[in-house]
Write a protein that binds this ligand. Structure first.
Ligand SMILES: [Fe+2]
Ligand SMILES: [Fe+2]
Length: 454
């Protein structure tokens, strides 16, 4: 990531990543601010260990982005356990999963809440059997993906490796490589402890965090780091700071000044591209959706005569338009059957979440409205606001066309991809009522090849 201020526009990366980490919290079913609070605990430990500035910088971003790869396991978890993946993941963060009996009890508590008797028992057995077979694969995909995303954003190889090794445990019982002791990167050892401490602290206060660290000292956690953490004590002002304020200013003060990271325009593009990967990993059926919508939106914008700056903003809006989906259960997103009213209501909220996430990030605030309007329709029949043409910017109209065109021409659980001609027919049928004909024409005229981004 750029650390220079040469670019005319430069934003504090801590503000951007701090706010985007809220989206990762949503995917993990954690209370908003979990990643930021884990970062604050990590930095307190770094301070007490007197770590060098460069290492603190890596730790700071590794802690904020620790869950960057986690969306990739959401769909499979929801399917295997036949339940809301976010609930499942939140529960999981309390479990000592390296203990077989704890894991079985966790699985029994959470599997198929809508089933009972033999059906439930069958689902439990199937889940346990499959997890046994797929655990390392799932874990590796998650860890590798997280590391790749961190590297893609321009952070150091050390920060990326730290994210990859986040679930390694001091005694070798962790994943993905079963590393032991000092073989685990120091940053991973700190973040591993900090994230567990945060989960317990948020649920039961500092005492609960202290208890879990004491209980897992020497097994999950490096004894030396555990002792540094335990020396903090339940009455330390740190806890009050963490609970009171997870705002950007707190992170700003925590980021090591020596390595202050700034994002220029190219850096902002990389952040948007990386988060598009997080979003697209959420469901196997939308594996390249954000990237696809971005490609079609750019083609439309260029064809419509947008200048480079406007196309760049449009592309970022397209890459991030579905970031709110990180807050929706895969059980709903990937459901192959018709959604219930309640489920449909949950889906319809995702553009609102998109708006809430993006509008808080200074350099993305300008694109928040268009990004959140991708399901709005000219006649007001869309969602989440249900506003009509007079409130829909050209960018919002372009995103609506690009979003539907990609959805129609991509593979879906309930149907094969449609031929582009058929997709255009569908769009034209709703031209004027739902979609702006100007931008359907622009897409057709752009000559962009379907699936060229995959
Ligand atoms: Fe959407
Ligand atoms: Fe979409």
């Amino acid at each position: 990531m750029s650390t220079s201020v040469e670019s005319s526009v430069a934003f504090r990366l801590s503000e951007i990543i701090g706010a985007l980490s809220h989206a990762l919290d949503l995917t993990e079913g954690q209370p908003v601010g979990h990643s930021q609070r884990s970062c604050m605990i990590s930095m307190e430990i770094a301070e007490r260990l007197d770590l060098p500035a460069r290492m603190r910088q890596d730790l700071f971003y590794a802690a904020l982005l620790k869950d960057a790869g986690c969306s990739s396991s959401s769909a499979r978890m929801a399917e295997l356990f036949d339940t809301d993946d976010r609930e499942l993941k939140r529960e999981f963060s309390f479990v000592e999963w390296t203990s077989g009996s704890d894991f079985v009890r966790y699985a029994a508590r959470n599997v198929a809440p809508d089933s009972s008797g033999v059906a439930k028992a069958g689902k439990l057995l199937r889940a346990l059997w499959t997890i046994r077979k797929e655990a390392s694969e799932l874990n590796e995909a998650r860890c590798d993906r997280g590391a790749r995303i961190v590297a893609q954003m321009g952070f150091s190889a050390e920060a990326a490796e730290a994210v990859r090794a986040l679930d390694e445990h001091w005694d070798g019982s962790g994943r993905p490589d079963g590393l032991v002791g000092d073989a685990i990167p120091l940053i991973s050892r700190i973040t591993c402890l900090a994230q567990t401490a945060e989960v317990f602290m948020s649920a039961g206060g500092p005492e609960a965090a202290i208890d879990v660290v004491r209980a897992r000292r020497g097994r999950w956690f490096d004894p030396e780091i555990a002792d540094v953490f335990l020396a903090i004590g339940p009455d330390d002002p740190l806890w009050m700071r963490i609970v009171d304020d997870t705002a950007a200013e707190v992170l700003r003060d925590l980021e090591p000044a020596a390595g202050l990271a700034l994002a220029d325009e190219a850096g902002l593009d990389r952040v948007a591209e990386a988060f598009a990967q997080v979003i697209d990993a959420k469901s196997p059926y939308t594996a390249s959706h954000s990237v696809g919508v971005a490609a079609y939106a750019v083609a439309i914008g260029r064809e419509a005569g947008f200048d480079d700056e406007r196309v760049r903003a449009l592309r970022r809006a397209a890459l991030l338009h579905d970031i709110g989906k990180l807050g929706v259960s895969n059980r709903i997103l990937d459901k192959p059957a018709k959604l219930t009213d309640e489920e449909f209501t949950a889906v319809r909220l995702h553009p609102l979440y998109t708006f809430q996430i993006l509008s808080r990030i200074t350099p993305f605030a300008d694109i928040a409205e268009a990004a959140a309007a991708h399901h709005e329709r000219l006649d007001g029949r869309g969602y989440h606001r249900g506003v009509g043409a007079e409130h829909l910017s050209p960018e919002a109209r372009i995103l609506a066309v690009a979003d539907v065109f990609d959805a129609l021409t991509a593979d879906r659980p309930y149907r094969r991809p449609l031929d582009p001609d058929v997709a255009f027919e569908i769009l034209w049928k709703d031209a004027g009522a739902a979609f702006d004909p100007l931008y359907i024409s622009a897409l057709a005229g752009s000559g962009i090849e379907v699936g060229c981004f995959a």
